[in-house]
Design a protein around this ligand. Structure first.
Ligand code: FAD
Ligand code: AMP
Length: 473
């Protein structure tokens, strides 16, 4: 039986990063991964690289170019009449990016001497794992590990009223490989994934209707930002129906009919395709949790303490399969921290300073507390905001919608939250994250020189605005 210091189950951004860090720290390391890529070959990278963050951003970027050509190019003096979209090529480009990146991870594994055990891993005990190859008919075998890191991720949540048939009704994975632009596209769920996929297909020409059970749009986002974002997205053509609970669907091979409740009445609407984007659930299928005595909570998440330790000795769990936000960077940071803890190092994660991004256009990004959370918790705060409208760089770019809002402690001025709706928000938020990680104040940001003309000046001005001294507004 092969023996390793560390065996990781799952090769997504949690698992592959944990494996690389463990190898860097001198451990003999293996990573078990069962994913089969679009080309039929085993692939590393998990949800994020294969069917999540990366392919969705590839399509968001491609479709953003089209949106620019259709709606904004003229203003720049660019005549873009007669543009056509080759969806097949766009999807092929996306698949190419995925392949390059997933192959890149396998290159990193080779470089770091990490053994990729291709197949499905099942816990036998806290030191033994059985691997069943799934891409060939090889026999199952067992390896032993001094330490095990479970990073089995998550899978789309399915709801009984809308069973995914991968034809008329698809989940986020199916929505990344439509072969044409559906004329009428329904989406269940106005969460991050629903809004991003809705943006892609709406920009490509679909009439998109998003059905959301909750009455409030993006409830976990700062209210001011969410309200502005909702207006902008509606203006772009996304029809967002809040307070709309889907209770049933029916489809033939031409259209899918969705039955829903809204305003106390039963109603229905038909689409050419329906995307179910109602969230994701932890993936412990086939992991052997019960047999090995691994504790799961009622929703199926592996129970861990603040150090990602499970109830089994020397068995850790990280990423989407444990509590906390289902975000790739959270998974990766937990992976690094656990590898370091195994090596006897401190392994640090600051769960209060995890950035969130929604890649609509303009983008939405935030870190820390929202204004409504501060009010609810009775924390006294001060606020400064600045609109992109007053930024020279945003004007030059031609994208002036949105704002930056900085919230800081009323007494100490320590930054408690930063909320951005605007161009480049996904990159701009990093400045806020770093400042918060160093427990910086709004004044620290305000006294820091920002290049001109840049979008980051909007962050600077918002920090100045906390003390009522923004210059350009
Ligand atoms: P995963 O990436 O799910 O990886 C788990 C891996 O474990 C999988 O490859 C699976 O095959 C493997 N596995 C499971 N069980 C076994 C087993 N028993 N044996 C062997 N292998 C096994 N997050 C962001 O931060 N930014 C984004 O922009 C973003 N966009 C997204 C867009 C979409 C459409 C989706 C669906 C998700 C997006 N996410 C995004 C979320 C992100 O993909 C996840 O948070 C991230 O992938 C979690 O990483 P993980 O390593 O925990 O799990
Ligand atoms: P997220 O969890 O951010 O991916 O968002 C998923 C969204 O889907 C949530 O806002 C849910 O309220 C919404 N949702 C879940 N079930 C239904 C349903 N049956 N009808 C409409 N919306 C739903």
């Amino acid at each position: 039986m092969k023996e390793f210091d560390v065996v990781v189950i799952g090769g997504g951004p949690g698992g592959y990063v944990a494996a690389i860090r463990a190898a860097q720290l001198g451990f003999s390391t293996a990573c078990i991964e069962r994913w089969i890529g679009e080309d039929g070959n085993p692939a590393l990278g998990g949800t994020c690289l294969n069917v999540g963050c990366i392919p969705s951003k590839a399509l968001l970027d491609s479709s953003h170019h089209i949106s620019f050509l259709k709606h904004e190019a003229k203003e720049h003096g660019i005549n873009s009449s007669g543009i056509t979209v080759d969806v097949h090529k766009m999807i092929k480009r996306k698949s190419g990016i995925v392949k390059t990146l997933t192959q890149g991870i396998s290159g990193l594994f080779k470089k770091n001497n990490i053994e990729w055990l291709q197949g499905s891993g099942k816990l036998i005990t806290n030191t033994q794992i059985e691997i069943t190859p799934i891409h060939n008919k090889a026999e199952a075998y067992t390896v032993s590990a001094e330490n095990i890191i479970l990073a089995t991720g998550s899978v789309p949540f399915n709801i009984p009223p809308a069973p995914v048939d991968n034809d008329m009704i698809v989940d986020s994975t199916g929505a990344l490989k439509f072969t044409g632009v559906p004329r009428r596209l329904g989406i269940i769920g106005a969460g991050v994934i629903g809004l991003e996929l809705g943006s892609v297909w709406s920009r490509l020409g679909s009439e998109v209707v998003i059905l959301e059970a909750l009455d409030e749009f993006l409830p976990s986002v700062d209210r001011q930002i969410a309200t502005s974002a909702e207006k902008i997205l509606r203006k772009q053509g996304l029809e967002i129906r809040l307070g709309t609970k889907v209770t049933g669907t029916g489809s033939n091979n031409r259209e899918v009919t969705v039955i829903y409740e809204a305003d106390g009445e039963k109603q229905q609407i038909s689409f050419d395709k329906l995307i179910v984007a109602v969230g994701r659930k932890p993936n412990t299928d086939g992991l052997g949790a019960e047999q090995a005595g691994l504790e799961l909570d009622q929703r199926g998440f592996i129970i861990v303490d603040e150090n990602c330790k499970t109830n089994l000795e020397n068995v850790y769990a990280i990423g989407d399969v444990v509590r906390g936000p289902m975000l790739a960077h959270k998974a990766s940071e937990e992976g690094v921290a656990v590898a370091e803890r195994i090596a006897g190092k401190p392994g640090h994660i600051n769960y209060d300073v995890i950035p969130w991004v929604i890649y609509t256009w303009p983008e939405i990004a935030w870190v820390g507390k929202t204004e409504q959370a501060l009010k609810q918790e009775g924390i006294e705060y001060q606020s400064g905001s600045f609109p992109f409208l007053a930024s020279g760089r945003a004007r030059a770019l031609g994208t002036t919608e949105g704002m930056v809002k900085v919230l800081s402690d009323a007494r100490t001025d320590r930054i408690l939250g930063v909320h951005i709706l605007g161009p480049g928000a996904s990159e701009l938020i990093a400045e806020a994250v770093v400042t918060m990680e160093f427990e910086g104040s709004a004044e620290d940001l305000a006294r820091t020189i920002h290049g001109h003309p840049t979008l980051s000046e909007v962050v600077h001005e918002a920090a100045l605005a906390v003390d009522n001294r923004a210059i350009h507004f």
